[in-house]
Ligand binder design. Structure first.
Ligand code: ATP
Ligand code: MG
Ligand code: FE
Length: 345
């Protein structure tokens, strides 16, 4: 079974082709991505209207590219999957519209996929795929959640951020340091040259006793620190970056370990853009190794948004028999859509 996946929830247009069926883990045949980061950079954030228009420009050329690189043609596709939500409504509608038009013209079923389920299942595309059950740490630009995952579609929310997401904390702190948008990767690069103990920044909710997160206060603390440094800020930028990264990573590490302890599970799956962070990976690897816990990550290139994770989630749903692709082609999108609302049947 060949699944074509289309991602267009935010500022990345992603298309991918996955081969599924036969009981094996679905295999990625090809994927292509266009990031709009350059386009939105000048505005310091994503401009929804520009995002939608650019998805329209990119999605068909990317689809042709993926098919050509995978040595397949459109009629070979068995199911067309698209990101149904959460995300920007206008951007989601582009992927949904194109997927349904393709499905209708080919006479093939379409399947709307949850974007976070895509992130969550993306480590199954790695060389070291996980096995169910596991604890998932979902750390992206819009979400920070710990979940207990028993299988495809079986997601129990254990805790989540009560304000900003971890990726947002990286991006907002980076902005305060003049590192552009989205500044997470730049902040983490700069942090490598800095002293993580230089500034004592808050570790919000570290000892709250639950599995929730809060990162809004950290951004304020970074702002206060930057103001205090005044003229010296340029000379101390790397130290501020390292201290910020250390604060975020420590909270993510401690809460993940607490979730593992609470559930008794011995497997952790990390997903979402912040999962690309090198320091986070080192800390999780070390902390989990000491407790006999295995950690699984997506390939670095598949941590942030992409089409491969959407095709993969659709393929795994179909393989598990937990969802039915439809042929009605009357699509809708869900800009707001909690992951634990997904069902296993
Ligand atoms: P969501 O999936 O919640 O809707 P999103 O799709 O915008 O949000 P992702 O694409 O998963 O989020 O991830 C983007 C985020 O990851 C950004 O906040 C970015 O700064 C952050 N990020 C990417 N690489 C790194 C890194 N190496 N270190 C820290 N943060 C990073
Ligand atoms: Mg993005
Ligand atoms: Fe995402």
């Amino acid at each position: 079974m060949l699944v074509l996946g289309i991602e267009s929830s935010c500022d990345e247009t992603g298309v991918a082709l996955v081969q599924a069926g036969g009981g094996a883990i679905p295999r990625l045949l090809g994927h292509a991505l266009h990031s709009q980061v350059r386009m939105h950079e000048a505005y310091g954030g994503v401009v929804p209207e520009l995002a939608s228009r650019d998805h329209i420009r990119r999605v068909l050329p990317l689809t042709r590219q993926v098919l050509a690189e995978s040595h397949r043609s459109l009629p070979d596709v068995d199911v067309v999957a698209f990101t149904r939500g959460p995300g920007l409504a206008g951007a989601l509608l582009v992927g949904a519209g194109v997927a349904c038009a393709l499905g209708a013209s080919l006479g093939k079923p379409v399947l709307g996929v949850h974007h976070l389920e895509g992130h969550l299942l993306s480590p199954f595309l790695s060389a070291d795929p996980p096995e169910f059950p596991f604890v998932a740490l979902l750390v992206s630009g819009g979400h920070t959640q710990l979940m207990r995952v028993e299988g495809v579609g079986q997601y129990e929310l254990l805790g989540e951020t009560i304000d900003d997401a971890a990726g947002e904390a990286f991006d907002k702190s980076a902005k305060l340091l003049g590192l552009g948008y989205p500044g997470g990767p730049a902040l983490s690069k700069l942090a490598e040259q800095g002293d993580a103990k230089a500034f004592a920044l808050p570790r919000p909710l570290l000892h709250s006793g639950d599995l929730d997160f809060s990162f809004a206060g950290l951004k304020t603390a970074v702002l206060t620190q930057v103001r205090k440094l005044g003229d010296q800020v340029d000379a101390r930028k790397a130290d501020v970056a390292a201290s910020t990264e250390a604060a975020i990573v420590e909270v993510l590490l401690k809460k993940s370990l607490a979730a593992l302890k609470a559930t008794g599970l011995k497997r952790l799956v990390v997903a979402g853009g912040v999962g690309a962070n090198r320091h986070l990976r080192e800390q999780l690897d070390a902390g989990c190794a000491r407790r006999g816990v295995r950690v699984h990550y997506p390939e670095l290139a598949l941590c942030t948004d992409n089409g491969a994770m959407i095709a993969m989630a659709a393929a795994m749903r179909l393989d598990a028999g937990v969802d039915v692709a439809v042929r009605t082609y009357a699509f809708d999108v869900k800009p707001r859509w909690p992951l634990d609302e997904l069902s296993a049947v």
